[in-house]
Design a protein around this ligand. Structure first.
Ligand SMILES: [Zn+2]
Length: 217
């Protein structure tokens, strides 16, 4: 059984690295963001609650995140272990997590703020079908048009330099103490997330003595 936490700022590749790690090792990838998105999309009671918060310009509270994570882990469908992404979000949650689960390691994807800005501000979204693009790594064939449906590509409303600067400050104020706490317990492996995704994945596996990455056939 392997239990990992992955920490990193948005744009650091947490989702990608988690999926690469989970695949052949049969780990369950628990993404708190995906759980909330699922609830919103499927119009659950929790989804309605989240939508109200977002509409009011508020963040989903720590208590709500905590209860969602607890429920998810109680399903015990993770026979070979899990990798959790989007939790813990602050020091208190990190302490709770350490008391409840004997984790094997914390993967800390380190990306300088300047590179986060470069990556996040290059994101585009199709206004018609919702397909994601990126002007660095995944450019559309025709500028400003979706390859799939021809819809207009737009930036997300919250991907402005000001909003991003705010999110970065918020991230550092909450997550830096979490990294610090885990580091004292010697769980943390910091990876330079500027490298390409295969290199980052190799570094993670080497550090935790895991079998080499095999891309899906
Ligand atoms: Zn489209």
């Amino acid at each position: 059984m392997r239990k990992y936490v992955i920490l990193g700022v948005q744009g650091s590749g947490k989702g990608t690295q988690s999926a690469m790690l989970a695949g052949d090792l049969d780990l369950v990838h628990i993404s708190v963001g995906d759980i909330f998105r699922w609830h919103v999309k499927n119009h659950t009671k929790l989804g309605a609650q989240v939508r109200r918060l977002v509409a009011a310009g508020e963040l989903v509270g720590d208590d709500l995140v905590e209860s969602v994570v607890r429920d998810r882990l109680q399903q015990h469908d993770w026979n070979y272990g899990f990798i959790i992404d989007g939790f813990p979000r602050n020091r208190r949650q990190a302490e709770f997590f350490l008391e409840s689960y004997d984790i094997d390691g914390v993967i800390h994807l380190d990306l300088p703020d300047e590179e986060v800005r470069r990556r996040v501000l290059a994101r585009r979204l199709c206004s018609r079908c919702g397909m994601d693009y990126n002007l660095i790594a995944h450019r559309p064939a025709e500028e400003g048009r979706c390859d799939v449906c021809g819809g207009e590509l737009v930036s997300r409303a919250d991907d402005t330099p000001d909003a991003l600067a705010r999110r970065l400050r918020e991230h550092h104020s909450k997550i830096d103490p979490v990294v610090e706490l885990f580091r004292r317990k010697e769980y943390v492996m910091t990876v330079d997330a500027r490298a390409d995704k295969a290199t980052v994945q190799r570094a993670i596996r080497t550090r935790f003595n895991l079998p080499p990455y095999l891309p899906p056939q």
